[in-house]
Design a protein around this ligand. Structure first.
Ligand code: NAI
Length: 372
């Protein structure tokens, strides 16, 4: 394995870590990184992919298979060794630039994302402890995939706070990936426009962008069709249908897979789209990126939360976490630009937002009540 070479050149290496890499999302995402990232970003730097999973047999096989893919991205396998379980995480996490976490249990039919909470909170807590121990938190980006995102981001942040490492400003570089909701928004809308032959102003091969804010489960998800001109010619009923389908789109996959997991391929695609932006930032190809993800609001200062964030927090009684478009620099969240009051229409503001806030708040309390 090429670990030694990477460590010799750590200054010139972007090390991407996937924790839970042998799972459905972990494998597909790692494949996209190994096979496609090289074509997506311009770089003189070395890119290294470090894959960790507690499933030793699976991860060894995945990495052996992927090591035959002909791109210059180097790759290493890390798994818990019963003799010293921490050694593998140490080797995996040391010098990491960005850590993606899809480790956890997925939903089965009839389960909500909240049903996963206890078990996945335990897993992310354990992994956060290793991140605290082995990573340089002042430079690290963390992207959480495991559900329920709404509650697990508070669990992770509390763990950091409890370890007295918040002065690393890690809270500005901790993101819950909600991209799948806008990915679904785009394809569900495009399909509806095509099926009903409704004019949209889009070219044949052009995709719409549906902003999605709030949280990442059920009715905490707020698709903002008022900010999507491609949907201008849809009726309110058609919009309502799309909103519901985006909010509960995950259930379609859980049912279709008949108890064998939840979204993996579409999620790998969605997190890869997000990852490309972060890699451009880490490589210095972009000074700022604009992303939508689930973030902590309370730890941002006045400057960073700018007008959009300030207005959001006051309107929502000191809401602590929310998914919203933000500008991110190499130091982390720089600014929230999205203004709820200006951008949401009557229905979004008066119907979707209050339900979202009530449920999101309860999800956040669940996360904050998890033993620290
Ligand atoms: P999976 O069960 O296929 O994979 C999970 C992997 O995590 C397994 O390989 C398992 O061995 C590993 N794992 C478990 N405990 C671990 C630990 N302590 N350390 C390292 N690895 C560990 O599940 P799948 O389908 O890949 O989903 C993963 C998570 O992503 C689930 O929580 C799921 O709900 C969530 N998810 C999130 C989405 C989002 O939009 N953010 C969309 C779809 C799923």
């Amino acid at each position: 394995m090429p670990d030694a070479a990477v460590l010799q050149n750590k200054k010139d290496t972007i090390k991407i870590v996937v924790l839970g890499a042998a799972g459905g999302i972990g494998q597909s995402l790692s494949l996209l990184i190994k096979s496609q990232l090289y074509y997506m970003v311009k770089t003189e730097k070395r890119l290294h992919l470090a894959l960790y999973d507690i499933n030793k047999d699976a991860i060894a096989g995945v990495v052996a298979d992927m090591s035959h893919i002909d791109t210059p991205i180097t790759i290493s396998a890390h798994y818990s060794d019963s003799q010293d379980p921490n050694e593998s995480l140490k080797a995996c996490l040391t010098d990491a630039s960005i850590v993606l976490i899809p480790a956890g249990v997925p939903r089965k039919p009839g389960m909500t994302r909240d049903d996963l909470f206890k078990i996945n909170a335990g897993i992310v807590t354990q992994l956060t402890d290793s991140i605290i121990e082995y990573c340089d938190l002042k430079k690290l980006f963390i992207l959480l995939i495991s559900n329920p995102i709404n509650s697990l981001i508070p669990v992770i942040l509390n763990r950091f706070k409890n370890s007295n490492v918040v002065d690393s400003n890690i809270e500005k570089r901790l993101f819950g990936i909600t991209t799948l909701d806008s990915t679904r928004g785009a394809i569900f809308l495009k399909d509806m426009l095509n099926d009903l032959k409704i004019s949209s102003g889009l070219q044949l091969m052009e995709m719409p962008h549906v902003p999605v804010i709030g949280g990442h489960s059920g009715d905490t998800i707020i698709p903002v069709f008022s900010q999507c001109s491609a949907a201008d010619n849809l009726s309110q009923d058609q919009i309502s249908h799309l909103i519901h389908r985006i909010q509960y789109g995950g259930d379609e996959i859980v049912m279709a897979k008949k108890g064998k997991g939840s979204a993996t391929l579409s999620m790998a695609h969605s997190s890869f789209k997000m990852l490309i932006k972060f890699i451009d930032l880490l490589l210095g190809n972009s000074n700022d990126i604009t992303i939508t993800s689930y973030i902590s609001l309370t730890t941002l200062d006045d400057n960073e939360i700018a007008t959009g964030g300030k207005e959001l927090m006051s309107r929502i009684n000191n809401l602590k976490y929310f998914a919203i478009p933000t500008v991110v620099s190499i130091d982390g969240i720089k600014e929230i630009k999205f203004k709820i009051i200006d951008y949401l229409n009557y229905n979004e503001f008066n119907e979707l937002l209050p339900i979202c806030l009530e449920n999101l708040n309860s999800n956040i309390i669940t996360g904050e009540s998890f033993p620290k």
